[in-house]
Design a protein around this ligand. Sequence first.
Ligand SMILES: Cc1cc2nc3c(=O)[nH]c(=O)nc-3n(C[C@H](O)[C@H](O)[C@H](O)COP(=O)(O)O)c2cc1C
Length: 199
Amino acid sequence: MILTPRKREHIMPLPVVLISTLSGDGVKNAAPWSNITPILRPFNDIVLGSWVKRDTLNIIRATKEFVINVPTVDMVEAVMVCAKNYPPEVDEFEQAGLRARPSRNVKPPGIEGCLAWAECTLVEEISRKNYSLVIGTVVHLEVDEGFFNEAGEMDYERAKPLSVMLGDKGMYFTRPVFAGRYAEYSEMFLSQENHTPVE
Ligand SMILES: Cc1cc2nc3c(=O)[nH]c(=O)nc-3n(C[C@H](O)[C@H](O)[C@H](O)COP(=O)(O)O)c2cc1C
């Protein structure tokens, strides 16, 4: 079966995070985001794809700060409330019944009940006609230790982080499960001697 190129978004699972921001007027904003990825493994940077008309993008441009919150599947209804196109003066934490959690290094609060909170500052915005790529760097990272081990690995079967598969007219919310295979990073290297350990 051949799909139109636009449906490239249908062919892979995507993460779901909530991006929290704080406007210059002190209004708390939260929006679900799936176009998000850490940029390679040993670095601190992360990239978001943003449609041009997003309060989140405007606030990040103005304040240069945001928090990436990782919600659980139990938060899916709040996620969908935050997805609504409220005007910028509406506090989306209040609309979705989300509790603010003070951040350590940035002004926007995190969201209580999430699994992890990555406090970020803006590094660069790459603007295209209809979208922007926002590169941020994580300046503080905190996780709910009830769901992470000492190495910082998530017990995802218990934590149930939210993910999504996009469809033609809607989204199927999903969650990751173990596929039965664990692989050391070192398996990727033909020669174990040349292997540069990652921090
Ligand atoms: C699961 C999910 C993922 C989304 N991912 C993105 C995304 O990656 N980029 C984007 O621009 N909008 C995305 N959206 C849409 C925004 O969340 C939505 O337009 C929201 O109202 C934006 O809020 P804001 O205007 O307060 O920033 C997503 C929505 C959902 C439900």
